[in-house]
Design a protein around this ligand. Structure first.
Ligand code: GLN
Length: 189
């Protein structure tokens, strides 16, 4: 659980609810021994600065390269994209996607909706969007997990890396976190 900035307490609660033992990561050494990493929502510009200040870029990229699951929500999705529309430099380019920040504009700053996520079962996900990004382009190895009715992509997975535009943790949704734990378990073998 990357705990530099943003809405990480709710992720901690979601992970505890499924019996995981979340650890708050602030320094590279905190990654030692972890099964996976969650990047919370918040403000991606601030998160980028803090990741650099604490020299977390290389350690997180190395951690991801071991196959450990990484899950980013909202600002966390922006941090994981290998391209940010408008030309901002990527931070942890682990997903072959282009994200557009604040994609819903002012009128629709925040909203909630029921979203079908077939990979998580028949029960829809209650998705909370807060100044959320959307995915404008996906690479060939990226799997779409969820789209809005208008077709915009809001959840993706590429191997061990997963990201959502919305905040599942704010609605008590734990199935994404369960997937993270499942991937970590498979890895631990
Ligand atoms: N708009 C924020 C950003 O661009 C993300 C918002 C969020 O994480 N809830 O960083």
């Amino acid at each position: 659980m990357l705990a530099l900035q943003g809405a990480f307490a709710e992720h901690v609660a979601a992970l505890r609810a499924i019996g995981a033992e979340p650890v708050e990561v602030r320094l590279p050494a905190d990654l030692d021994g972890l099964g996976g990493l969650v990047l919370p929502g918040g403000e991606s510009t601030t998160m980028r600065k803090l990741i650099d200040r604490w020299e977390l870029r290389e350690p997180i990229l190395d951690f991801a390269a071991t196959g450990a699951p990484i899950f980013g929500t909202c600002a966390g999705m922006i941090i994981l994209a290998n391209e940010i529309a408008g030309g901002e430099a990527p931070v942890l380019p682990l997903l072959d996607v282009t994200v557009q920040r604040n994609a819903f504009g002012r009128q629709l700053d925040s909203f909630e909706t029921q979203l079908s996520v077939p990979g998580l079962g028949a029960e829809p996900v209650h998705a909370v969007f807060i100044r959320a990004p959307v995915i404008e382009r996906i690479g060939p190895s990226v799997e779409v997990m969820a789209q809005l009715p208008d077709g915009r992509i809001v959840a993706v997975r590429e191997g061990n890396v997963m990201a959502t535009s919305f905040h599942p943790e704010l609605a008590g949704e734990t199935r994404f976190h369960q997937l993270v734990v499942d991937i970590a378990m498979t890895q631990a073998g």
